[in-house]
Design a protein around this ligand. Structure first.
Ligand SMILES: Cc1ncc(COP(=O)(O)O)c(C=O)c1O
Length: 338
C-alpha cells in the first residue's frame, strides 16, 4: 500500500532512539547510552513538536485561523524555524523577534520559510534571560503593535509546549525502551521538553531519574563564541544554583521533577560531539553535545553499571556549521575528562 503524506505537519515526532554501542565500547562505559535523535523531525529539531502542538491546540480552541491570525514569537532559533515551517505549511503569517546569539544557519532558514523578522530595539532584547519572563512579555508586546490579530505562541509559559512532550516525546521514550529507561537527561531552554518527558516517565515509573544538563557559560574555549550570550550552548541555560532555581528558570520548567543538576563545560560538550561523530556517524548540535557529555559522565560511574541512559538530542550540527563545532582542537580534547 502506498503512503503519500498531506503535509509535513504529519511527519512530526516518532524520532528514533539509537544506542551508541561503539561509543560505549571505545570509552569503556559501564552504563548504556541511547540518544533520542530529535533532528529527525521535519524542520530539524525537538521544537517541531511544541510548535505544532501550540498551533493546533489554539486552532481547536478556535483562537486562531490562517485567514486572520499572525503568529508571534521571540526566540533564539529552533522554535522560530519550527514555527516558520509550520506557519508556512498551514498558511499563517509569522513574525519573529530574535534573541542574541542566533546562528547564521538558523537566520537563513527563517529567511527561506519567509518569516517576517521583527526589528526589536536592542535595549529590549539585551539580557532577557537574566531579567526573566517579564522582559519577554515586553518584547512580545512591542512586536504585537499594529497587528490586527496577533497570537503570541509564548513558548516560555504556554502549557501546550509541555503537552507536546508529555503526549508524544515521553511516551515514545517509554515505548521504544520497553519501559527500561533508567535515567533521562535533558537541558532547559523553555523547560517544555524536560518537563513533559519527565512528568510522563515518572508517572510510569517513579524511580526513573531525571538529570538536568547545566551549561557553564563561563567556560568558552572557542574564539568566535566569546561574547555570545548563551556561551554557545544554543538554547539551554543554567536554571539552578546552590540557592535553588535561578531567574533563568522559565515557568514551563518544573524543578520538582529534577533529581540532579549536572554542570558541563564547553570543552566536554565539543568532545562529546566529536566522539559521537567519529564513532557513530552522528553529528549533533551543542545542546545535544552537552546532554551527551552528561550521559557519558553518568555512564562512567560504577553505580550506573548496566543502566539505560537516554539523553534528548535536540538538533543536528549542520545547523551550526559556521561555528566549526566539528573542529578538533587539542585544548578541547585534553580539557574534557573523557
Ligand atoms: C538546540 C536547543 N536545545 C535545547 C533547547 C531547550 O529545549 P526546551 O525549550 O524544551 O527546554 C532549545 C530551546 O530553545 C534548543 O533550541
Amino acid at each position: 500500500m502506498g503512503k503519500i503524506y498531506n503535509s509535513i505537519t504529519e511527519l512530526v515526532g516518532h524520532t528514533p532512539i539509537v544506542e551508541f554501542k561503539r561509543l560505549e565500547e571505545k570509552l569503556g562505559l559501564k552504563g548504556r547510552i541511547a540518544g533520542k535523535l530529535e533532528y529527525f523531525n521535519p524542520a530539524g529539531s525537538h521544537k517541531d513538536r511544541m510548535a505544532l502542538e501550540i498551533i493546533e491546540a489554539a486552532e481547536k480552541r478556535g483562537d486562531i485561523s490562517p485567514e486572520k491570525t499572525t503568529l508571534i514569537e521571540f526566540t533564539s532559533g529552533n522554535t522560530g524555524v519550527a514555527m516558520a515551517a509550520f506557519a508556512a505549511a498551514k498558511g499563517y503569517k509569522f513574525k519573529i523577534g530574535l534573541q542574541n546569539g542566533v546562528s547564521i544557519e538558523r537566520k537563513k532558514l527563517l529567511e527561506a520559510y519567509q518569516a517576517e523578522i521583527a526589528e526589536v530595539p536592542n535595549e529590549l532584547i539585551a539580557g532577557v534571560f537574566e531579567k526573566g519572563i517579564a522582559a519577554f512579555a515586553d518584547v512580545i508586546e512591542y512586536m504585537e503593535k499594529g497587528i490586527d490579530h496577533p497570537f503570541s505562541t509564548r513558548q516560555l509559559d504556554n502549557p501546550d509546549n509541555i503537552n507536546a512532550h508529555y503526549k508524544h516525546t515521553g511516551p515514545e521514550i517509554w515505548e521504544d525502551t520497553d519501559g527500561k529507561v533508567d535515567i533521562f537527561v535533558g537541558g532547559v531552554g523553555t523547560g517544555g521538553s524536560t518537563h513533559g518527558v519527565s512528568k510522563f516517565l515518572k508517572e510510569k515509573n517513579p524511580s526513573v531519574k531525571v538529570v538536568i544538563t547545566q551549561p557553564d557559560p563561563n567556560d568558552v574555549v572557542h574564539p568566535i563564541l566569546e561574547g555570545v550570550e548563551d556561551g554557545g550552548f544554543h538554547g539551554i541555560h543554567q536554571v539552578h544554583n546552590d540557592e535553588g532555581l535561578t531567574p533563568m528558570a522559565p515557568t514551563n520548567f518544573n524543578g520538582d521533577l529534577a533529581d540532579e543538576y549536572s554542570f558541563i563545560s564547553y570543552a566536554e560538550t565539543l568532545r562529546a560531539i566529536h566522539l559521537l561523530a567519529k564513532y557513530e556517524g552522528i553529528f549533533v548540535g551543542a545542546s545535544a553535545g552537552a546532554s551527551l557529555a552528561v550521559a557519558i559522565k553518568l555512564a562512567q560511574k560504577e553505580e550506573n553499571a548496566g543502566k539505560l541512559i537516554v539523553p534528548l538530542l535536540p538538533d543536528n550540527g549542520e545547523r551550526y556549521l559556521s561555528e566549526d563545532l566539528q573542529k578538533i582542537r587539542p585544548e578541547v580534547e585534553e580539557k574534557a575528562g573523557f
